[in-house]
Design a protein around this ligand. Structure first.
Ligand SMILES: Nc1ncnc2c1ncn2[C@@H]1O[C@H](COP(=O)(O)OP(=O)(O)OP(=O)(O)O)[C@@H](O)[C@H]1O
Ligand SMILES: [Mg+2]
Length: 271
């Protein structure tokens, strides 16, 4: 297991607990989605995975390292990269290649290796030729791919995408999701935080949070078609699931397990 969390709880100063006894494991190389409504604790949890918040209670191991040990802070940050929601807040330079190089310098990569790593990282997100571009001149999807390139440059084992598609149009969102799926084939573990059930449906495993509690954990097919869970987590079902429920309400199809895909809906209708 590349991430092992047990009974993780956390409160911000003078606040109610924001994480309440969360336990889960993530397998190396899987896509692990975290879904839940606003304020359910997703970003707080993400900040634990990247050692951006100090541990308060419970245990957490990231890439084999104990997150409560301050000595592991930097190794964990290198092993687990983060990409955030707003691409405009992520850049430190007005030149794409310098932006990636900055992260490498921070982690003391030898200067002589940096140019090669920068061009490899840009190529791996489909941005070869963008070396000299100002990150702010890129499209939303390209900005997020550049942010991912900056993380990939550090050869992380895990990438956490904290609603990295939330501000993108459908095309930009597709670019980022396709890239996330391609990381899996390179053995990189992807933790994908999202409000979109369509996106979580692409994961190997889904965890649902509600007000800091773990509401459900399982495969997308098990979790993302459960009416009560979706309602409590304030998530919108995908179209095939919604259509199934409408047809069932109208008495037009017999009850079966609710589908998550078009094919599943078709099967339910043919029954
Ligand atoms: N720095 C902070 N100080 C105090 N409270 C905070 C802080 N950051 C978050 N919170 C509170 O913690 C709770 C969980 O916030 P968090 O950002 O983890 O939720 P989230 O699931 O990521 O929400 P969203 O979907 O809006 O991004 C919220 O009630 C929020 O107000
Ligand atoms: Mg958040």
């Amino acid at each position: 297991m590349i991430i092992e969390a047990s009974d993780l709880s956390f409160s911000y100063p003078s606040s109610e607990p924001v994480l309440k006894g969360i336990s889960f494991c993530v397998r190396e190389g899987e896509i692990f989605a975290i879904v839940g409504g606003n304020g359910s604790g997703k970003s707080t949890l993400a900040r634990h995975l990247n050692a951006l918040l100090p541990m308060q209670s419970g245990t957490l191991k990231v890439a084999g390292m104990d997150a409560s040990d301050p000595e592991n802070t930097y190794p964990i940050r290198r092993a687990c990269g983060m990409v955030f929601q707003n691409p405009n807040n992520e850049f430190v330079s007005s030149v794409a290649q310098e932006d990636i190089a900055f992260g490498l310098q921070n982690f003391n990569f030898p200067e002589s290796e940096i140019p090669k790593i920068v061009s490899q990282s840009l190529a791996s997100v489909g941005l070869s030729g963008f070396e000299k571009r100002d990150p702010h001149s890129l499209s939303g999807g390209q900005k997020q791919r550049l942010a991912i390139a900056a993380v990939l440059a550090l050869s992380p084992k895990i990438i956490v995408l904290d609603e990295a598609t939330a501000m993108l149009d459908p095309e930009g969102r597709k670019q980022v999701i396709d890239l996330a799926l391609s990381l899996k084939s390179r053995g990189i573990t992807v933790v994908m935080i999202t409000h979109f059930v369509e996106e979580a449906a692409l994961a190997d495993k889904v965890m649902v949070l509600s007000l800091g509690r773990l509401l459900a954990l399982g495969s997308p097919k098990e979790v993302l078609v459960q009416k009560e869970i979706l309602k409590e987590a304030r998530l919108l079902p995908v179209l095939p699931t919604l259509s199934y429920w409408s047809l069932l309400d109208e008495g037009l199809i017999p009850p079966s397990s609710p589908p998550l895909t078009k094919e599943g809906l078709w099967e339910a209708m043919c029954r």
